[in-house]
Design a protein around this ligand. Structure first.
Ligand SMILES: [Zn+2]
Length: 275
């Protein structure tokens, strides 16, 4: 008991405080509801309030509302239901974005805390349905499995690959939205919006397990990692169908190993019909 009070309790208190000191952006996210620089907007009953920077123009706000509703709808259909309650924070100015997102890179950044809250910060390029749906998909996985389980059990290629299925800069809606359509193999419609892929030697999924494997490299490596992840999850999703996504997370939530559950869902679909 003494050991608990002398060492364990101070450590339990020190860890979260250390975490907050290390990342002032996290503290700002946690306190966004009290900031005068943001106004709370209710976009839909399906989600938490959205905090919009006072610097956003009326046009940016109208676009944001439209893109969030598109993303919520896409997530609801992809997962069967939308359960994530990430708080959205929109910063149209780069300087504000850097105050809320560590590094200030990319169009959006999601921040999950081990104690359950999650924040999705959208930067100047984040007012976009694909960006929002992508980040919300990460949040949905996080909500269903919890921070610890996602970190421990879900390979990064699956986490990213899944998010790319609702991000039409990288994939085609035909993969799951209209699986019977003849354009199933057509490239994304808006070529100008598509990310440029750099053709390079292939990368194995087993080399994309951790965030460091996935993002620790040059631009060409990260783009190749995204494409590899998207290709694999698209292949799997085409076989198991949309219902495979909640089925897989339910299985993992019930204690199954990721790899086993992932392969088994696919095998079950591949079994030839009985004569
Ligand atoms: Zn992602």
């Amino acid at each position: 008991m003494r050991l608990l009070f002398r060492y364990v309790l101070p450590l339990l208190i020190a860890l979260p405080i250390g975490f907050l000191l290390l990342y002032p952006q996290v503290v700002r996210c946690l306190r966004v509801s009290r900031s005068d620089d943001f106004r709370a907007v209710v976009v839909s009953k399906q989600g938490a309030p959205v905090y919009v920077s006072q610097t956003a123009t009326a046009r940016q706000q109208a676009q944001l509302r439209k893109h969030i509703l598109t993303a919520y709808d896409r997530i609801g259909r992809f997962w069967g239901s939308k359960r994530g309650q990430a708080v959205l924070i929109y910063c149209p100015q780069q300087a504000d974005y850097e105050q809320y997102c560590v590094g200030g890179e990319g169009a959006g950044c999601s921040l999950g805390t081990p104690w359950g809250g999650s924040y999705l910060v959208l930067g100047p390029d984040g007012n976009n349905a694909d960006v929002i749906a992508h980040e919300l998909c990460h949040d949905e996985l996080f909500t269903r499995l919890g921070w610890w389980r996602v970190k421990r059990q879900i390979p990064q290629w699956f986490n990213e690959g899944l998010a790319l299925m609702v991000d039409y800069r990288f994939s085609s809606p035909a993969i799951w939205e209209h699986p019977d359509s003849t354009q199933a193999l057509a490239p994304p419609i808006d070529e100008a919006d598509a990310m440029p892929f750099v053709q390079r030697s292939v990368v194995k999924l087993s080399d994309l397990e951790t965030t460091r494997d996935f993002f620790g490299g040059d631009y060409a490596h990260v783009m190749l990692a995204y494409q590899t992840a998207a290709d694999e999850v698209a292949r799997w999703l085409t076989t198991v169908g949309r219902a495979g996504v909640p089925a897989l997370t339910n299985a993992i939530d019930a204690g199954r190993d990721f790899e086993d559950a992932y392969r088994e869902l696919e095998r079950a679909k591949r079994q030839p019909p009985a004569r």
